[in-house]
Design a protein around this ligand. Structure first.
Ligand SMILES: [Zn+2]
Length: 102
C-alpha cells in the first residue's frame, strides 16, 4: 500500500478537461503497477481492506492512501481520472462525488 503525496500538482491540467483515451490508458497502467508492486512484495491478493469510497472489502494489493483516506485500486484510479478532469482535487472532494454502481 502506497501513501500518495499530498500536494501532487495537477494545476497544469485545465479544470473540466476531459482526459484523452491515451491519458485514461496511462493512468490505468500506472495504477495497475501499484497492484503488481504490492503482489511482488508479498501482499496477498486474499487480504482485503475496507475502501472508504465504495464501502466494500477489496483486495489489499493496489490500495492507496490519500491524506489518510484508503482507496481501493479501482477507486484510486477513478480519483486520479477525476483529478485530471478537474472534478476533484482532493480525496475528500472525491468522496463527495457519486459512487458508480458495482
Ligand atoms: Zn473502492
Amino acid at each position: 500500500m502506497i501513501t500518495m503525496a499530498r500536494n501532487t500538482d495537477v494545476s497544469v491540467v485545465p479544470r473540466d478537461h476531459l482526459p484523452t483515451a491515451r491519458q485514461i490508458a496511462a493512468v490505468r497502467a500506472v495504477m495497475q503497477l501499484f497492484v503488481e508492486e504490492d503482489l511482488e512484495t508479498g501482499v496477498s491478493p486474499r487480504q482485503q481492506m475496507h475502501c472508504v469510497r465504495c464501502a466494500r472489502l477489496r483486495p489489499l494489493p493496489g490500495f492507496l492512501v490519500y491524506d489518510g483516506l484508503r482507496l481501493c485500486n479501482a477507486c484510486a484510479t477513478d480519483f486520479e481520472l477525476a483529478r485530471i478532469c478537474g472534478s476533484a482535487h482532493t480525496a475528500a472532494e472525491f468522496l463527495l462525488l457519486a459512487v458508480p454502481p458495482p
